[in-house]
Design a protein around this ligand. Structure first.
Ligand code: BES
Ligand code: ZN
Ligand code: ZN
Length: 466
């Protein structure tokens, strides 16, 4: 989709935006939130008219606007319009900058489809969207910034949608390198011998049963002078069958997306670098696949993490925390970051609690947590804090090792497990198991792919300084 912040005299369709009761056309159009009415033109030299409702003026905020613009774009796609003019809009309560940003975000994030494997996808014509009426001086910067973020999220969506036969650790690393080179951040990919040297037995044990060997992807973007480095860690399971603790048929279907955390971390790095943000960030992805053969790790195995703590593996499907344990310890101990955020499709139970709306958030630092939540309010991504209470530590006590990799109270005990590897470093853990991809779709703009949840919030948080 191409965007132009100016008028256009030959559109196929002109979009007029109204608030509730601004203009009432009998009962056909009342300006209600998300309401869309098409008035077709019978003269082929004249454009069609589309009325678009934004609901009550006093209630409009950037989140509603983003979702409404997503609805608008879906309608435009359905009607197959390619040249669209959106006429001057009354900004209501929002300032012009926020209005433009939310609007473009809604449109760009919705403009996604994974059609790579469709043989009959002939329609390659790009849409041209003209938006009229913005007078702010930095409108092109806003457009540029949002486009870079949307592009990064769409790259992440492509990786998440890619099946396991075509996206395995080596390929994920290759794509990360391409994105790093194009965006302007540093990247190093460590192969198995180096990972072994680092002592990451917890990470390595997960991929014992596959010829698709693991990779440790280490990324760095430094444009922030002497600012501290923020650390990002993403779960990168390109395939999670559960291993010997094998998943059900139903559970197996979508496990190509178990690398969503990794894809989002790469997207955040790309957004920060492309927008030349004045920040310092390091990121680590421990990518592998959890499949089943005679060499696979087995329930009851005991492994030693890079930190030196021993882990009794009682469920080979709780593999994400084994990879994250070493990745978190590595980024804190070896990469010396001052704060760290991890995102991981870690526990199915996150969805049993919150569905696809709220991402459970855990933190050992109130200030860090509050800054995160303040930012999330602006980006419209929903998070809900969960307890990291020491009393839950006993849930992961093992009879034979320092800890075990399961325990009831699943989403919480998974976090208690990770906490063992971050100690006092300010840390946020986001369990995106049910929100990375949404069933049902809660954010309008994520209907055709992964939601991208966490990317915009973490980008803004790091950009404004934590
Ligand atoms: N990748 C899964 C979690 C998951 C489930 C993500 C469904 C997305 C949708 C993770 O590795 C896993 O299998 N976790 C187990 C943990 C349990 C064995 C303690 C789970 O959720 O069942
Ligand atoms: Zn698993
Ligand atoms: Zn998993």
């Amino acid at each position: 989709m191409n965007f132009y912040l100016k008028n256009f005299d030959k559109p196929e369709v002109i979009v007029h935006t109204y608030y509730e009761n601004d203009k009432k056309i009998k009962d056909l159009f009342e300006g209600k939130e998300g309401e869309i009415v098409l008035i077709p033109s019978l003269d082929e030299n004249k454009p069609h008219i589309l009325y678009f409702g934004l609901g009550e003026k006093e209630k409009l905020n950037n989140n509603l606007l983003r979702n409404n613009c997503a609805k608008l774009l879906k309608k435009i796609d359905e009607l197959k319009f390619k040249n669209i003019l959106i006429e001057k809009i009354d900004f209501g309560n929002l300032d012009e900058e926020k209005f433009l940003k939310a609007m473009v975000e809604g449109l760009l994030l919705t403009d996604y489809d994974f059609k790579k494997y469709k043989s009959d996808d002939k329609d390659k014509t790009e849409k041209n969207v003209y938006i009229n009426g913005f007078n702010i001086s930095n409108k092109n910067n806003i457009l540029n910034e949002v486009s870079n973020i949307a592009k990064a999220i769409n790259n992440a969506r492509d990786m998440i949608a890619e099946p396991t036969n075509n996206l395995y650790p080596e390929e994920l690393a290759k794509r990360a390198v391409e994105i790093a080179n194009e965006s302007g951040f540093k990247i190093e990919v460590l192969e198995e011998d180096k990972i072994k040297e680092l002592g990451m037995e917890a990470f390595l044990t997960v991929s014992k049963g596959t010829k698709n060997r693991p990779r440790l992807i280490v990324m760095e973007y430094n444009n922030g002078g002497d600012k501290d480095f923020i650390g990002l860690v993403g779960k990168g399971l390109t395939c999670d069958t559960g291993g010997y603790s094998i998943k059900s048929h139903e559970g197996l279907k979508y496990m190509k997306s178990d690398m969503s955390g990794a894809a989002y971390v790469i997207a955040i790095m790309s957004s920060l670098a492309k927008n030349k943000c004045k920040v310092n960030v390091k990121a680590v992805v421990a990518t592998c696949e959890n499949v089943l053969d005679g060499n696979s790790y087995k329930p009851g195995d005991i492994v030693k993490s890079m930190k030196g703590k021993t882990i009794e593996v009682l469920n080979t499907d709780a593999e994400g925390r084994l990879t994250l344990a070493d990745a978190l310890y590595y980024i804190i101990d070896k990469q010396k970051v001052s704060k760290v955020i991890d995102m991981a499709t870690l526990t199915g139970l996150a969805g049993s609690t919150f569905g696809s709306l709220f991402t459970p958030i855990f933190s050992n630092n109130d200030e860090f947590y509050e800054k995160f939540m303040e930012t999330a309010k602006e980006t419209g991504e929903d998070f809900w804090r969960m307890p990291l209470d020491e009393r839950y530590r006993s849930y992961i006590d093992s009879d034979v090792a320092d800890m075990k990799n399961t325990g009831s109270a699943g989403t919480i005990t998974a976090s208690m497990f990770l906490k063992e590897f971050v100690d006092d470093t300010p840390w946020i853990h986001l369990d995106i198991a049910a929100t990375a991809i949404q069933w049902p779709v809660v954010y309008e703009y994520s209907s055709k792919g992964a939601s991208g949840v966490t990317v915009r919030t973490i980008y803004e948080l790091i950009n404004k300084g934590v």
